[in-house]
Design a protein around this ligand. Sequence first.
Ligand code: ZN
Ligand code: ZN
Length: 169
Amino acid sequence: MLRNLTDILSEEGKVESLSVPYEAAFFQKDGVNCKVLSDEPIAFVFTNTAKGEARIEGKGSIRLQCRCDRCLKRVDIDVPVLIDENVREENADRQTGDEQPFWHDAKLDTELLITNEILVNFPAKILCKEDCKGLCPNCGKDLNEGDCGCDTFVPDPRWAALSNISLKQ
Ligand SMILES: [Zn+2]
Ligand SMILES: [Zn+2]
């Protein structure tokens, strides 16, 4: 959603609250694809801090439906969203070297702000439980439900190198 902040920038002391829903259906990062479940809007507050300047705050969380990195079971996670940015009218139409891609033409791209925040706070690992055993690389059985009986013995490469040496002697 694009919110024009001209009124906030021009009226000293003006404060405005706005609930903004996250509109994306999916969230992607590093090949991980999650479905957006949350329809809880993010609570934004726009505050005029000086002439032509405003502070942007946003608070809430976004619920995503992801998959366990090891066993692919469905895992729902809540990613916190905590936005705190300052924007200036004079920076609004700066075309190059833009450090605030969410701010252009005195319009605020709240969708981009929320997406950036999810990217920053997205967990490095998604696990259904801390000690998830994952899937058998051979038969694909969920090893949390029990052993599959496959021979998954992988020789330690350091010992393999040693046995090569002894064969040569
Ligand atoms: Zn798992
Ligand atoms: Zn197996």
